[in-house]
Design a protein around this ligand. Sequence first.
Ligand code: NAG
Ligand code: NAG
Ligand code: NAG
Ligand code: NAG
Ligand code: NAG
Ligand code: NAG
Ligand code: NAG
Ligand code: NAG
Length: 623
Amino acid sequence: MEMEVVKKMLMSCCCCLMLAVGSMAAIEKSGNVSYDATSLIINGQHKILFSGSIHYPRSPPQMWPSLIEKAKQGGIDVIQTYVFWNLHEPKQGQYDFSGRNDIIGFIKQIQSQGLYACIRIGPFIESEWTYGGLPFWLHDVPGIVFRSDNEPFKYHMQKFVSMIVNMMKSENLYASQGGPIILSQIENEYQTVEAAFHERGPPYVLWAAKMAVGLQTGVPWVMCKQDDAPDPVINACNGMRCGETFKGPNSPNKPSIWTENWTSFYEVYGDEPYMRSANDIAYQVALFIAKKGSYVNYYMYHGGTNFGRTGSAFVLTSYYDQAPLDEYGLIREPKWSHLKELHAAIKLCSKPLLTGVQKIFPLGELQQAYVFEGNSGECAAFLVNNDSRKDSTVLFQNISYELPRKSISILPDCKTVAFNTYKVSTQYNTRTMTLSQSFDSVERWEEYKEAIPDFGKTSLTAETLLEHWNTTKDETDYLWYTFRFQHNSSDTQLLNVQSRGHVLHAFVNGKFTGSAHGSHDNSSFTLENTIHLKNGTNDVALLSATVGLPDSGAYLERRVAGIHRVRIQNKYFINYNWGYQVGLIGETLQIYTNPGSNKVEWSKFRSPSHQRLTWYKERILLH
Ligand SMILES: *[C@@H]1O[C@H](CO)[C@@H](O)[C@H](O)[C@H]1NC(C)=O
Ligand SMILES: *[C@@H]1O[C@H](CO)[C@@H](O)[C@H](O)[C@H]1NC(C)=O
Ligand SMILES: *[C@@H]1O[C@H](CO)[C@@H](O)[C@H](O)[C@H]1NC(C)=O
Ligand SMILES: *[C@@H]1O[C@H](CO)[C@@H](O)[C@H](O)[C@H]1NC(C)=O
Ligand SMILES: *[C@@H]1O[C@H](CO)[C@@H](O)[C@H](O)[C@H]1NC(C)=O
Ligand SMILES: *[C@@H]1O[C@H](CO)[C@@H](O)[C@H](O)[C@H]1NC(C)=O
Ligand SMILES: *[C@@H]1O[C@H](CO)[C@@H](O)[C@H](O)[C@H]1NC(C)=O
Ligand SMILES: *[C@@H]1O[C@H](CO)[C@@H](O)[C@H](O)[C@H]1NC(C)=O
């Protein structure tokens, strides 16, 4: 399916050399990992490392080898992944490390291809992942306050983090044991919520750092977006422009690490896709390195898919499709090649970058040279043009160089330009799809109408409106709210329902009357429908649905969804006799599976169907 792209021949000799070096670069054997102000030190060697995020549960295991291989070919040294607690422990004490959850298999695959790994254990990870990776059962632990100096939370967090670390140790996966893991992360962007926890915030940071370090992995820990990460934990930068924004390590003996350089952005329902150009990424990476950065991670190098109900609220199933490897693992050009060339050019500068002395010279009002000189004559230079409007001609060591607007030229010998961040030499490619099977034969389709629950038969009742997640316990996205009332004439009235999220479908006397939904920025909304009432008993059924749990912000355990006020004309139905049904019947019976499908009566597809909530199926033969 991937359209082959004819790459432009690279003309300069230096580029040929550069590519040769790039492809030969192999990762040396692992060993103890430490760090200093220059970089991570692996087996006694300082390293400039390019890292790419690939999350194991966002692609099928069959794709892992080729994703890792393409990352390696793209000049990536380290594969970075979060650890997804709620996948591994969906019910308290019941663990799952199979299939897409096989983190050990994923890390061993990284190892077998000779790359390093960085595991970001969190265990709060955000990551556009439902509940930021925390299992929903934590919500019901008495007295819990997530991510704060709170004993119940710290107990469960420590238990999980220790378990993961011990699993890695028992498989000898830390570099200190000869394995690929050179770095791990505790917590995640905590500084952005710390103030909300008042005096419960700072002691939690200290505790988390101490707890992690106490697990004795033999490799360093980072905290990202945490300027005051306690020693020896390294504070790392996350963002689009760490080259410009990062204030640097918080101690003179820590290296400068960029844990998330966003290659594009995640998408939510209703958004336009966000594109980040290859030259913009390359500029920021080159600048970060010129400013003595030694570790850059692309978030994401490959995004993949939010399968099942794993995406957080309002996030699309397709994740970072604009990354260098797209949702399907296909190479996206020119991003992939441009970054590959950037990595190779920077690797040619390794010696002066890691052992030389940095000097910065002005070359113009908005132009600078970052020069690294070693004591045996080696020299590398980064010529920066920070003027986003104009190209510039600069004189550097008596030689004239053309610098396109907002670009950096990399000179591994301080003379020859090996790479310029703005000059993209790879052509764009496009993804083409071919039809392999069509499903447009009306005769082959069947349908099953999901029943609108009858108030009189609901098993769960309450004299009030219940909170959605507290009722579903995250076992389904769906919660029916039903009630019944007497009306003494046959007429038209206004139904007004306020919901705190996310989606609502209204049915009156079995007939669909309308839908409404919130958005990523505001999950609350109001549904207003004109409805027809009978003289006598009227049944109202409101189907509340959520599209993932929230993944960010303080006090996640207090988030709410579902209906909180219902009014028909001037009468309120709040502390009223409500009947509930958790989930849909088709969902409970798993009618989307072969055995489940046999449990219900299907009827022939009739088009068009005016009833909402209809399941459709076609039996197909997969080749
Ligand atoms: C790692 O360090 C320990 C002691 O600090 C040492 O015993 C061990 O040999 C080192 N391992 C490697 C692979 O260098
Ligand atoms: C990574 O790069 C993207 C694109 O320029 C940028 O928007 C994002 O802020 C960067 N991330 C960090 C942590 O600087
Ligand atoms: C480049 O210019 C922008 C504003 O145009 C400024 O914010 C940034 O700090 C400058 N960067 C450098 C490296 O001078
Ligand atoms: C630059 O040229 C001047 C004279 O043209 C010379 O004196 C100087 O040494 C040269 N500098 C370098 C770095 O080559
Ligand atoms: C959740 O349900 C429990 C009882 O099942 C109740 O005590 C608690 O107040 C509810 N929480 C919320 C936020 O509604
Ligand atoms: C019908 O109900 C409305 C309000 O529900 C009430 O105002 C009205 O008096 C009732 N009419 C009769 C005839 O019961
Ligand atoms: C409603 O039904 C009752 C009982 O069947 C009847 O007495 C009454 O007239 C009806 N009201 C209207 C407005 O049709
Ligand atoms: C969110 O939407 C609700 C209902 O439409 C509205 O009342 C509320 O003011 C909105 N909140 C924000 C923060 O915009």
